[in-house]
Design a protein around this ligand. Structure first.
Ligand code: NAD
Ligand code: UDP
Length: 339
């Protein structure tokens, strides 16, 4: 089976390619490299021991996509391609709507023209907004607090409408919680451009000495130590969720929406301690004001994923930190040196 992986050179996509290939799928990576390096795919090739088909193109460009669909008989698409920086999305909303929403519209139109109607979409726990309670179930009310989140919410609705219009579509919406960690080889991992927005890459860069200290955004939340609580999930567990979704996609006769999380919440300070233990390094931090738009607690009820996909996260917080540290300490500048 040929699987088109849009955004396959990025953080989650590159890890997912490994498991897809190991599961016997033929992978075609499609990426415009707006937030990724070709080096990630070279390293994935080393891990899996085979060449990967890599097409440089933009999901908003119909011709780019038609070329791929003309070259290969694509059976399904895993759609990672998108911009994901919340802060930037507030400053440049149209860029996010164009890339994420318009890009997905063009992708789906081209898929339909080539009779490929199976799609696994990267959604996010951000679509729950500020949940009234935790753990979060898939049927909780949805809302968005920024253009990035709104783009995810809108694409979810768009894919549901597409299914209503034509039941031949197979759609799986995966709502990720907080992906962290790296492949155990330490050769691929998360390589954010510029100053990281997310907690784990910031902690890792502080431990390796690239950043002086971590700013902990708020210590007066209603949580066990006052700092924000999230559901951190190993990226290889997340990757495995995609393979399981693809394995089962033909069994589904409705749009399936699934939380991918561990079901356990850890605070910012829990993560700092776990990272210090895993790395043997200190992570200096200072308490800073709350970050605008942040919520106190966000963690999944992950029971539906187990029920419908037979998937559950297996890797511990210690493994997440060890693997993240192996990647960061082996590659203090990410992929940049090799570009
Ligand atoms: P990433 O930035 O590492 O990967 C996204 C990839 O898509 C990059 O390789 C980028 O170059 C590519 N891309 C972007 N726009 C494109 C376009 N128009 N055409 C072709 N390629 C394009 O991000 P990631 O962390 O791997 O996230 C993958 C997906 O998962 C994204 O859609 C993101 O919104 C979603 N998601 C991520 C997280 C997270 O915390 N990492 C959480 C929830 C959801
Ligand atoms: N956080 C922090 N300092 C940072 C980055 C994040 O204290 O430099 C906190 C943030 O306030 C939240 C948690 O870490 O409580 C996770 O933040 P992240 O941006 O990684 O994920 P999200 O908030 O999108 O779930």
């Amino acid at each position: 089976m040929h699987i088109l992986v849009t955004g396959g050179a990025g953080y989650i996509g590159s890890h997912t390619c490994i498991l897809l290939i190991e599961a016997g799928y033929d992978v075609i990576v499609f990426d415009n490299f707006s937030n990724a390096s070709k080096e990630s795919i070279k390293r994935v090739e080393k891990i899996v021991g085979e060449e990967i088909t890599l097409i440089e193109g933009d999901i908003r460009n119909r011709d780019d996509l038609h070329n791929v669909f003309n070259m290969y008989k694509i059976d399904a698409v895993i759609h990672f391609a998108g911009l994901k920086a919340v802060g930037e999305s507030v400053e440049k909303p149209l860029k996010y709507y164009d890339n994420n929403i318009h890009g997905t519209i063009v992708l789906c139109e081209v898929m339909a023209e080539h009779h490929c109607k199976s799609i696994v979409f990267s959604s996010s726990a951000t679509v729950y907004g500020d949940p009234h309670t935790t753990p979060i179930k898939e049927n909780f009310p949805l809302s968005a607090t920024n253009p990035y989140g709104r783009s995810k919410l809108f694409i979810e609705e768009m894919l549901r409408d597409l299914y209503i219009s034509d039941n031949a579509w197979k759609v799986v919406l995966l709502r990720y919680f907080n992906p962290v960690g790296a492949h155990t080889s330490g050769t691929i991992g998360e390589d954010p451009y510029g100053i990281p927005n997310n907690l784990m890459p910031f902690i890792a860069q502080t431990a390796v000495g690239t950043r002086e200290y971590l700013s902990v955004f708020g210590d007066d939340y209603d949580t066990h130590d006052g700092t924000g609580v999230r559901d951190y999930l190993h990226v290889m567990d997340l990757a495995d969720g995609h393979v399981k979704a693809l394995d089962k996609i033909n069994n589904f006769n409705e749009v399936i929406t699934i939380n991918l999380g561990t079901g356990t919440g850890y605070s910012v300070l829990d993560m700092v301690k776990a990272f210090e233990k895993a790395s043997g390094k200190q992570v200096p931090y200072k308490i800073a004001p709350r970050r605008a738009g942040d919520i106190a607690k966000c963690f999944a009820d992950a029971t539906y994923a187990k029920e419908i996909l037979g998937w559950e996260a297996t890797r511990s917080i210690d493994e997440m930190c060890q693997d993240s540290w192996r990647w960061q300490s082996n590659n203090p500048n990410g992929y940049k040196k090799e570009d």
